[in-house]
Write a protein that binds this ligand. Structure first.
Ligand code: PGA
Length: 258
């Protein structure tokens, strides 16, 4: 039985004051979503604030990115060891907003997926669980390439470290056309893609395929979370905009429990 996970990606939002308020409101309701796992991903400068607030609460925290390098002269980067130092349980890797920035440097998606795989190895080496994001762009969606896109990353990961290594990993299907647009994928569409991902893994390692959590991300809100999470292969959500609103976010966490 897979435990549902709700991850709140705050992106580049928040101040010390607004974070304290938001965390306080979420924590006040934590007894209403006890059977779900909940993790918060603040901007890295607020990591210690979030750690202090959530320590001992049962909620987890992490960052929105990490470096593929271990340490040294990488200005502006954050290492896996630093995440460990601040008690991070999870780290987001390969978010489409990161991919878009890299794409400006003319890297193709294959190269990007290989960087994602390097970051994934780095996170695992420090015992931080990677949440690996993948999803098709509007163009890829229109031309029916969804399965190809998600399979490409899965195959790179499996070829690098074997399917077993994915047992310590969370996958997030995030169609780019649904992120921040208010147009969530339908539960049926998301279910189909999640089941495709699980089946692809099952060909290599059925046990890992059965145990791995696969989250859906892209305009998850309080009122569409329950039908999405009720699908057999959707194990929770990666939530952007709605994670900044305590009422919405708590509703989503509660939906993961039902
Ligand atoms: P959204 O973002 O919920 O605002 O669509 C999801 C994400 O980017 O992880």
């Amino acid at each position: 039985m897979r435990k549902p996970l709700v991850a709140g990606n705050w992106k580049m939002n928040g101040t010390s004051a607004s974070n304290a308020l938001l965390l306080g409101k979420i924590l006040a309701q934590k007894n209403t979503f006890i059977s779900a796992e909940v993790a918060i991903f603040p901007s890295a400068v607020y990591l210690q604030q979030v750690q202090m607030a959530l320590q001992g609460s049962g909620l987890s925290w992490g960052t929105q990115n990490l470096s593929q390098f271990r340490q040294g002269a990488y200005t502006g980067e954050i290492s896996a060891a630093m995440l460990k130092d601040f008690g991070c349980k999870y780290v987001l890797i390969g978010h489409s907003e990161r991919r878009c920035l890299y794409a400006e440097l003319d890297l193709d998606q294959n190269v990007l997926d290989n960087i994602v795989a390097e970051k994934y190895e780095m996170a695992l080496s420090e015992g931080v669980t990677p949440i690996l994001c993948i999803g098709e762009t509007p163009e890829e969606h229109a031309t029916g390439q969804t399965e190809e896109v998600v399979a490409r990353l899965l195959d790179i990961l499996i070829n690098k470290n074997g399917a077993k290594a994915l047992a310590q990993t969370v996958l997030a299907y995030e169609p780019v056309w649904a992120i921040g647009t208010g147009k969530s994928a339908s539960p049926e569409w998301a279910q189909e893609v999640h089941s495709f991902m699980r089946e692809r893994l099952a060909k290599h390692d059925p046990a890992t395929a059965e145990s791995i959590q696969i989250l859906y991300g892209g305009s998850v809100k309080g009122d569409n979370a329950a039908p999405l999470f009720s699908m057999p292969d959707i194990d929770g959500g990666l939530v952007g905009g709605a994670s900044l609103d305590a009422v919405e976010f708590v509703k989503i966490c509660q939906a993961a429990c039902s």
